[in-house]
Ligand binder design. Structure first.
Ligand SMILES: CC(C)(COP(=O)(O)OP(=O)(O)OC[C@H]1O[C@@H](n2cnc3c(N)ncnc32)[C@H](O)[C@@H]1OP(=O)(O)O)[C@@H](O)C(=O)NCCC(=O)NCCS
Length: 154
């Protein structure tokens, strides 16, 4: 099989993609980012990249913020119908290519303690837990949830 025929389209995202991104956010997160979170991110120069299917509909993306020589992974998502097919791994490879191109020394991220699936993806990609931010995330019934902080040296 010619993999090039089935590989998703990959590219940079911007303001024009916010509606598509928000639809995915609302499907995959109990506490999705808002439109303002994305427009503020793009206004601040944070970059986002994603995969599109053959119809050029967006189905996966990540958002990154540089902090000196460290890249902060702010958001990383695969749309529901596309999950469990290895797209997170493919997207992570794109992130690593970006990191290499820009010569970052490390990647930092936060993930909900309960998000076993994402933690498994991150561990598989070489991230290790380096700390906990207590009550970092909003949770159901006005509760808060801890973030596990993970880092990968590049
Ligand atoms: C986390 C997420 C990006 C993973 O995307 P995906 O395309 O389904 O991931 P992949 O198919 O590449 O890999 C999933 C891996 O997790 C494993 N996995 C699946 N469900 C799991 C679970 N409940 N617990 C632990 N591991 C799990 C799979 O076995 C697979 O590992 P393997 O390839 O070694 O078998 C996706 O589920 C998502 O977008 N979730 C909502 C948004 C989110 O939580 N993002 C992270 C924010 S920090």
């Amino acid at each position: 099989m010619d993999l090039k025929l089935t590989a998703p389209h990959y590219g940079k995202l911007g303001f024009a993609d916010v509606d598509s991104i928000l639809s995915i956010e609302e499907r995959v997160y109990a506490h999705p980012w808002t439109r303002g979170n994305f427009t503020d991110s793009f206004s601040s120069g944070y970059e986002a990249f994603g995969f599109r299917n053959a119809e050029l509909d967006l189905f996966a993306y990540f958002v990154v913020m540089p902090i000196l020589d460290e890249l902060h992974l702010l958001n990383f998502a695969v749309d529901l119908p596309y999950q469990g097919q290895g797209h997170a791994k493919l997207l992570m490879e794109k992130l690593f290519a970006y990191v290499k191109e820009h010569a970052y020394a490390s990647i930092l991220l936060e993930v909900r303690r309960s998000n076993a699936r994402a933690i498994s993806v991150y561990e598989g990609a070489g991230f290790a837990a380096i700390g906990v931010r207590k009550g970092y995330y909003p949770a159901h019934d006005n509760q808060r949830e801890d973030a596990i902080v993970m880092r990968r040296m590049c």
